[in-house]
Design a protein around this ligand. Structure first.
Ligand code: CP3
Length: 355
């Protein structure tokens, strides 16, 4: 394997010294980029991009080619590949978000769910990872990812996106054993899926717990964090002679950072509702932090974006252990020039915080 030319992302996740704060953006390959929209039109639809390793590689590289400041690439795929591989039949209606042909409603439905084999059932993702690694040729590290069991369960039980998670919450409280069985199967599936990505060449992995913050404090511990802890303890943590850092991102999990930091991951993702300096005081001795600019700041002018970047860098303060990112994915309406101003500001303004 080619040596990494830029490893500041991996170094910051392990709190090793860096020259400037590394940066990437959640959803960096996406609809705000005209070149992404052109590739999607060529492929036909979103899932055809994900399922064809050449297309997945092409769109993964687009933000890196446009923005030389990016310190990491993220596999182009989706968290819903796992429920699809479990037989639920994922499809996307344009402008409607994800949908499943089959919904999980009963204990019998859950008992019938298979645990996907990453090579056999998700081979297109493994192929995308190895294709992207080859194309990157050591330029920056490649991030693999999965959804958390709880977040995946919400889509599987609701049959798509939801505002109130009515069916999932009813199942959790009416039939906790069924919910635990579903989450346990998902934890097993996610563990082997992420290990497959690591063996195929992912150099760090992130678990997206997008809807964990929608649970009560007690339910979060029992139905989301417990399963992420189980996954983390089953992951391959070293590959190709290097540590493979793990990032846990619970959106709206700011109240629970202390317990999330005990789950065994190397870093926590932060959304924009918490102050990163305060988060560092609470858990920075244990884990690195990733985040956390409000993605809607990118609607403002470059000077305002730069000021907000400066404020977050100052809040984190001196030293390594910070990966700059948005607090959630970049939105389709953002002007690509503004994303560029954001990335440049991170490198330009952060040198003063590193020796
Ligand atoms: O960060 C990246 O660039 C990697 C690619 C990535 C996508 N989805 C591509 C995508 C990642 C990491 C995801 C994760 C994902 N997918 C999550 C967790 C992260 C988060 O954003 O909270 C969730 C909840 C999903 C499920 C999902 N996929 C939804 C709800 C949608 C529709 C969203 C919308 O804005 O319409 C998707 C589709 C999706 N996944 C798109 C992209 C680029 C847009 C699809 C398109 O091109 O039309």
């Amino acid at each position: 394997m080619t040596a990494l030319k830029n490893d500041r992302f991996l170094r910051a996740l392990l709190k090793q010294p860096v020259d400037v704060t590394p940066v990437w953006m959640m959803r960096q390959a996406g609809r705000y980029l005209p070149e992404y929209r052109a590739s999607r039109a060529k492929a036909g639809d979103f899932m055809s991009l994900c399922m064809n390793p050449q297309f997945a590689c092409e769109v993964t590289m687009q933000p890196l080619d446009r923005y030389p400041q990016l310190d990491a690439a993220i596999l182009f795929s989706d968290i819903l590949t796992i429920p699809d591989a479990m037989g639920q039949g994922l499809y996307f209606e344009t402008g409607e978000g994800p949908r499943f042909k089959k919904v999980v409603s009963t204990l019998a439905d859950i008992e019938a769910l298979p645990i996907p084999d990453p090579q056999k059932d998700l081979g297109y993702v493994m192929d995308a990872v190895s294709t992207i690694r080859r194309e990157l040729n050591g330029r920056v590290p490649l991030i693999g990812f999965s959804g958390s069991p709880w977040t995946l369960a919400t889509y599987m039980v609701e049959g798509g996106s939801s505002k109130d998670f009515r069916k999932t919450k009813a199942m959790l409280y009416d039939n906790p054993q069924a919910m635990h069985l579903l989450l346990d199967k998902l934890a097993q599936s996610v563990t082997s899926y992420l290990n497959g990505q690591i063996m195929a060449g992912a150099q760090a992995v992130q678990i997206f717990d997008t809807w964990g913050g929608n649970l009560s404090a007690a339910a979060y511990q029992e139905f989301s964090l417990a399963y992420m802890r189980k996954i983390v303890s089953g992951l391959i943590r070293e590959h190709e002679g290097r540590k493979v850092p793990v990032i846990l991102f619970t959106k709206n999990g700011g109240l629970w950072l202390e317990s999330i930091a005990e789950a065994g991951a190397d870093a926590l993702g932060l959304d924009w509702t918490c102050d990163i300096g305060n988060a560092r005081e609470r858990v920075g001795h244990k884990v690195a932090l990733q985040g956390n600019m409000d993605p809607t700041v990118l609607y403002a002018k470059p000077e305002a974006i730069r000021a907000e970047v400066g404020r977050i860098l100052a809040s984190y303060g001196k030293g390594s252990g910070h990966v700059f990112n948005l607090g959630h994915g970049i939105t389709p309406e953002v002007d690509p020039e503004h994303a560029g101003a954001f990335l440049r500001a991170v490198h330009e303004l952060s040198a003063q915080y590193h020796d």
